[in-house]
Design a protein around this ligand. Structure first.
Ligand SMILES: *Cc1c(COP(=O)(O)O)cnc(C)c1O
Length: 435
């Protein structure tokens, strides 16, 4: 049973798995996110089945850090790519082995690097020579050897990526031209062990040819480095950035074509470096399609020639659908949920509770006729939802999250309450005297 019908709208307007939305909304305050466990498992299984065998997949917690979802993906077979202390703790507390965790990010704090060394994770993905030196000092203080991967900012850039991470001045990774210095420095850093290299070129790539070319470029560079510096890597992390289809004009990533294109690329590399694992790290592609954002129409009001459906959750809960962080905002897949009323479609402006005109979830969108109290669903919302939204703005707080499997539903995050919102606000005099 799939959460979403495979039509262009991609939303099953009646139920998620076997549970009608109405029933969920009776139990959980709107707005909320609901995820289909079956869809998560199906999407990952299809990826694994279709791409060349033997690739290791790492889930980027940044896309959705809910611990229950992290555990579900890990049980399905992914490692974890984390970027903060809390993300590291989520992975460790969900039972992910340190050997299945990598830590990435341009601004890692001493505390974070220390915890990485204490846990003994698979690799700290270092992004500068300065960071290597700091990590070496920390590892020396703890008396451990820490494995690292060098994040490289290559001379080439990612084809067809919506956000470009390389090939130009960037805070991410070590410039390819600086690698000689990096390898010289590494020779002096006795507490570090070079386990891999990491290149992440960008995000939301829908073109299989571009992804195959990117992977080819990365593996060519990995091969050249291993020959030049006479090293033998455990793994090459070729990034990921696989996109999902959000907008009418987009075409979904053709996984079978990608799989076919990657097979010779991967096999050629493996012939030369049989011990070296290929790692793909993905956030959006593993979780986006399994999630739906459910918001309730509180008011339907006319203004001039338009009808506004004013909902209880908007850009504060789903900034991505409102176009935050995008150059142009476009409508996500969206539908009225619940039993059909056999009415015509009407044009709406779907807005949220914020006091700003940018709180716009759907612009000139055609939906089945709405009434106050109706539920609206936004599909493909499992990635970069609440955790990437300004949930503190106007103090509405983080919405609830629900995981559904067949006819069972689990509350996996409570909505913020007045108490949870107000608890961190204190007024404590700081003691400023020098010790
Ligand atoms: C954001 C990010 C990811 C995840 O990107 P998706 O597009 O969600 O797959 C993976 N790796 C790094 C280094 C990132 O910054």
């Amino acid at each position: 049973m799939s959460a979403f019908a495979p039509d262009s709208q991609c939303i099953n307007t009646d139920r998620i798995e076997d549970i009608p939305y109405q029933l969920l909304a009776d139990k959980v305050p709107t707005p909320f996110y609901a995820y289909s466990a079956t869809q998560i498992k199906t999407d990952f299984a299809e990826l694994k089945r279709t791409l060349p065998q033997g690739i290791d997949y790492f889930y980027s917690l940044k896309a959705n850090p809910n611990k229950t979802l992290v555990a579900l993906l890990h049980q399905a077979g992914t490692g974890c790519e984390v970027c903060s202390l809390v993300e590291l703790e989520i992975a460790l507390r969900q039972g992910v082995a340190p050997g299945d965790i990598i830590f990435v990010g341009p601004g890692k704090h001493i505390n974070e690097l220390t915890q990485c060394c204490l846990a003994g994770i698979k690799a700290v993905v270092v992004e500068s020579i300065e960071e290597m030196v700091l990590l070496n000092d920390i590892a020396a203080g703890l008396g451990v050897i820490q494995s690292i991967a060098l994040r490289i900012n290559p001379d080439f850039s990612g084809e067809k990526a919506k956000l470009v991470m390389s090939g130009k001045p960037r805070q991410f990774g070590i410039d390819e031209q600086l690698l000689p210095q990096a390898f010289t420095a590494l020779g002096q850093l006795a507490q570090l062990r070079l386990a891999g290299i990491h290149i992440y070129l960008g995000t939301r790539i829908l073109d299989w040819q571009a992804l195959a070319n990117n992977t080819q470029n990365i593996l060519t560079l990995a091969a050249a480095l291993q020959q030049t510096y006479e090293i033998d890597l455990d793994f090459v992390d070729v990034g990921g950035g696989f996109g999902v289809r959000y907008f009418d004009k987009e075409k979904a990533l053709d996984l079978p074509a990608l799989g076919e294109a990657l097979l010779p690329v991967v096999n050629n590399y493996r012939q030369c470096f049989p011990r070296c694992k290929i790692v793909i790290e993905l956030g959006r592609f593993l979780i986006a399609r399994a999630g739906i954002f459910v918001t309730r129409v509180n008011y339907l009001k006319p203004s001039r020639d338009e009808w506004f459906a004013v909902c209880d959750g908007g850009a504060n809960c789903h900034g991505s659908a409102a176009g935050i962080n995008s150059l142009i905002r476009r409508n996500f897949p969206m539908a009225r949920l619940g039993p059909s009323r056999h009415s015509d479609q009407h044009r709406y402006q779907v807005t949220g509770p914020l006091c700003t005109p940018t709180d716009l979830l759907g612009e000139n969108i055609m939906l089945a006729e709405l009434r106050s109290g109706d539920l609206i669903g936004i599909g493909h919302s499992g990635a970069y939802g609440a955790s990437a939204s300004p949930v503190g703005f106007l103090s509405f707080g983080h919405p609830a999250e629900v995981l559904v499997e067949n006819d069972q539903a689990f509350l996996i995050r409570t909505a913020d309450s007045v108490d949870t919102m107000l608890a961190p606000q204190v007024c404590q005099r700081l003691s400023l005297a020098n010790a």
